[in-house]
Design a protein around this ligand. Structure first.
Ligand code: FAD
Ligand code: UDP
Length: 368
């Protein structure tokens, strides 16, 4: 059978595209090299608990169209992410807010926190040139030292002076007592887990698991008029300009005979000496009351061939290498590139959905 679209990758990007194409009467074949759908948002049940297999995933967005889109497919709960930081046994609320400042300096009023931070940030003058300078200018040296430096160097495997400033700008800094990790208008987690969302999106498509596009590039390409490619862009072009860099992760999960291990879904371990960055207790994402619990430790690692490329390293050198591949992609006939890997972008899920819907509009027009 000849398909309208071959979709390489069943992650969120490919699944949204597939859903919209099927809605418009197109025939889609999805090929996926893993043995399940959903890419990094995949969840599976363990001890009756929905386990986020590839790390904590909290959906948050200020885009009403995106929120209406996902909530029209599956029901979301009202989870609000309020992680805790553990620095050598000292516990702080995240993101950086009055609860953090109060614990750090034994103060209670916003003006006191502003005074301390403004004194500490005075060591930085001019526009911050790297993550360390950006962090100190946002929250001062003490919070940088206890809650940012160690975590960030574990996460990215580099010194904070060698990392781009934008990474830390993702985190809110607030002079109010508000532990919501995100500023977005909408937030939650699918009640049945993200796999249910991916299943819904992929209804009506043919799916083949354990298929790597590069195992039979010509054969797969001949099956459809067009390709939507969501894998690594440098791999698509045979790494002809060189390899893009990524960070990878190793997850270690345990089932514990304990109904409540850490009292919160996410604890960040911010000291350098502990090799993992965070511990996830999955049941708290869905307010679970099971007698056991499942926890996962997240260890950042260097990336090399054969490992999952979780995070693009968007520094200047990698971004300009990506631009060279993106220019080739523009001229690739009948192939559309999208998603975290093909666009080499640090996309959250809402941005992934937004980007996929934008591609749908260009390619297939509106469905109204
Ligand atoms: P992917 O999920 O990577 O999907 C790509 C798919 O293509 C994969 O299934 C892969 O196996 C397949 N594939 C690749 N190459 C080939 C090939 N050659 N042949 C066949 N198949 C192939 N976002 C949030 O909004 N909130 C969060 O809390 C959040 N937490 C995150 C935590 C972690 C640890 C990570 C890594 C990401 C997090 N994200 C979060 C981001 C979110 O995971 C992404 O936005 C989203 O999953 C991207 O979807 P995608 O389809 O672009 O990529
Ligand atoms: N970060 C930190 N301490 C923390 C949490 C985050 O220093 O306790 C920094 C770290 O550099 C991280 C960045 O803030 O890469 C963005 O954090 P976020 O939680 O958004 O990262 P994600 O895992 O979603 O990429």
């Amino acid at each position: 059978m000849k398909y309208d679209y071959l979709i390489v990758g069943s992650g969120l990007f490919g699944s949204v595209f597939a859903h919209e194409a099927v809605k418009r009467g197109k025939k889609c074949l999805v090929i996926e090299k893993r043995n399940h759908i959903g890419g990094n948002i995949f969840c599976e049940k363990l001890e009756g608990i929905t386990v986020h297999k590839y790390g904590a995933h909290i959906f948050h967005t200020s885009n009403e169209t995106v929120w209406n889109y996902v909530t029209s497919l599956v029901r979301f709960n009202n989870f609000i992410n309020s992680p805790i930081a553990n620095y050598k046994g000292e516990i702080y609320n995240l993101p950086f807010n009055m609860n953090t400042f109060s614990k750090m300096w034994n103060i209670s009023e916003p003006s006191e926190a502003e005074k301390i931070i403004s004194e500490q940030r005075s060591e930085i003058s001019g526009e911050p040139q790297n993550l360390e300078q950006q962090a100190i200018s946002l929250v001062g040296r003490e919070i940088y030292t206890k809650l940012i430096k160690g975590y960030t160097e574990k996460q990215w495997g580099r010194d904070c002076t060698e990392l781009p400033a934008f990474i830390i700008k993702r985190l809110p800094v607030r002079y109010t007592y508000n532990n919501n990790y995100f500023n977005d208008r909408y937030q939650g987690i699918p009640e049945q887990g993200y796999t249910a969302l991916a299943e819904k999106l992929l209804e009506g498509c043919d799916i083949k698991f354990g298929c790597d596009f590069f195992d039979d590039r010509e054969g797969y390409s001949a099956l459809a008029d067009k390709i939507v490619y969501t894998g690594m862009i440098d791999a698509y072009f045979g790494y002809k300009f060189g390899k893009l860099s990524y960070r990878s992760l190793r997850f270690e999960s345990e089932i514990l005979d304990n109904p409540n291990y850490q009292g919160v879904a996410v604890v960040n371990y911010t000291e350098r000496e502990i090799p993992y960055t965070r511990v996830i207790e999955h049941k708290h994402f869905e307010f679970g009351t099971q007698p056991k619990t499942v926890i996962t430790k997240e260890y950042p690692t260097d990336w090399h061939d054969g490992m999952e490329p979780y995070y693009p390293v968007n520094d200047t050198a990698n971004n300009s290498l990506y631009e060279k591949y993106a220019a080739l992609a523009q001229n690739e006939k009948n192939v559309l590139f999208g998603g975290r890997l093909a666009q080499y972008k640090y996309y959250d899920m809402d941005k992934t959905v937004e980007a996929a819907l934008a591609l749908v509009k260009d390619e297939l027009g509106s469905n109204d």
